[in-house]
Design a protein around this ligand. Structure first.
Ligand SMILES: Cc1ncc(COP(=O)(O)O)c(C=O)c1O
Length: 397
């Protein structure tokens, strides 16, 4: 049969992060000793009390459909989390639970964008933002989060990129792939522009709990009632509670937007998986210690590994303040080792040094690579010394 696919999916670029993970797994299955630094998920198991709550919910018979926007008890737990962590108050009709933060974002763009509407995306960006915007008929407009400015965008850049068609801007703090963390002052300045120009702020806060060096995560929505009004917060349990496979995320904000998202969900997913919702109630209502223990483990790895990474010839790196990635600029290293570009350098790293990293080209920044430190310290140290040896062995001149 001749297959003819819809135009909207023909233009889709496959996720570069998932592609590298798949390639590393394939090599491992062939018996090659590859160390994968491509992971976008914590390497810890989901905390025990969450597993227990999931099992208990099933045994009690909670195995049926739930409301499309999520269980009232889960919404209550999420509302409690916002009050405790950000001092933000939401009503239940201002929250929708989705099948992961990725799905919350997907649904949001579907209900928000008309053909040709623009969404401003700072680079480097998380790989799914542009694709999701395009799938909804929107147009991604990129702003260069300059490395010299710690990958942050400025209010001046934001003003310049706003047009009559601008619908929203995405702010991802702490950010993937850079670990960038915006301060309250910086967010206020960006927020001022969004209010003046009436641009919706999509604040992706999925790495909220993974912040280091005594820094604190601030949500742009907590800075003023006007900014809360102007913002849809996206968050979830994937990264904070090591629950990537459970697929629970959510959006919070304007009730008309949330209602439209709920209508769409009612015809697409019906509801997020019931068991995973019960697990997420336990995540938010349960002890905070397991979350803090994971955060500390990530911070410890960052401290140990960062100095080793910047010691590699031709590597330079902005020190991340959150998430679990390093995003070094390796343009100089690829030149010093005789490669034409960073993509070729990354391909050789996998084949020759047996280390899988993600090329920055997938994040809109071709001079960098993303190293995830969501793997054991032992593996990390081994991987970084392999990269170091690889670069030294290839130095030309
Ligand atoms: C910036 C960012 N937003 C959203 C997500 C999606 O999270 P979830 O697993 O909840 O769909 C990810 C996952 O990698 C991410 O890095």
């Amino acid at each position: 049969m001749e297959v003819s696919l819809a135009n909207r999916v023909m233009a889709l670029t496959p996720s570069s992060t998932l592609a590298i993970t798949a390639k590393a797994k394939e090599l491992k299955a062939q018996g090659v000793d590859v160390i994968g630094l491509g992971a976008g998920e914590p390497d810890f198991n989901t905390p025990q009390h969450i597993l227990d709550a999931a099992v208990q919910s099933m045994q009690e018979g909670h195995t049926k459909y739930t409301p499309s926007a999520g269980l009232p008890a889960l919404k209550k737990a999420i509302i409690g989390k916002f009050e405790k962590d950000q001092g933000l108050t939401y009503n239940p009709n201002e929250i929708i639970v989705a099948n992961g933060a990725k799905h919350a974002l997907y649904t949001l763009f579907q209900v928000l964008l008309n053909e040709g509407d623009e969404v401003i995306i700072p680079t480097p960006y998380w790989v799914s933002y542009p694709e999701q915007v395009k799938l909804a008929g929107g147009v991604p407009v990129y702003i260069d989060g300059a490395e010299q400015n710690q990958f942050k965008i400025t209010p001046e850049q934001l003003i310049k990129s706003i047009t009559k068609k601008t619908k929203a801007v995405i702010i991802n703090s702490p950010g993937n792939p850079t670990g960038v963390l915006y301060t309250a002052e910086e967010l206020l300045e960006l927020g001022k522009v969004c209010i003046e120009e009436d641009v919706l702020i999509v604040s992706d806060e999925i790495y909220e709990k993974l912040v280091y060096g005594g820094h604190k995560h601030i949500s742009i929505a907590q800075l003023s009632p006007e900014l809360k009004d102007q913002t849809i917060i996206i968050n979830g349990v994937s990264k904070s509670h090591s629950m990537t496979g459970w697929r629970i995320g959510y959006a919070a904000g304007n009730k008309q937007i949330i209602e439209a998202m709920t209508n769409l969900a009612s015809h697409s997913t019906s509801n997020p998986t019931t068991t995973a919702q019960y697990a997420s109630i336990a995540a938010y209502n349960g002890p905070v210690e397991p979350v803090e223990e994971m955060r500390k483990a990530f911070e410890n790895r960052l401290e140990i590994i960062f100095d080793k990474v910047v010691a590699i010839p031709g590597f330079s790196c902005v020190k991340p303040q959150g998430a679990f990635y390093l995003f070094p600029n390796v343009k100089r290293a690829s030149e010093l080792t005789g490669f034409n570009n960073v993509d070729d350098f990354v391909a050789a790293l996998l084949v020759e040094a047996k280390v899988a990293v993600v090329p920055g080209s997938g994040f809109g920044t071709p001079d960098n690579i993303r190293l995830s430190y969501a793997t054991s310290l032992e593996q990390l140290e081994k991987a970084v010394s392999r990269i170091h040896r690889f670069v030294e062995s290839k130095l030309v001149g």
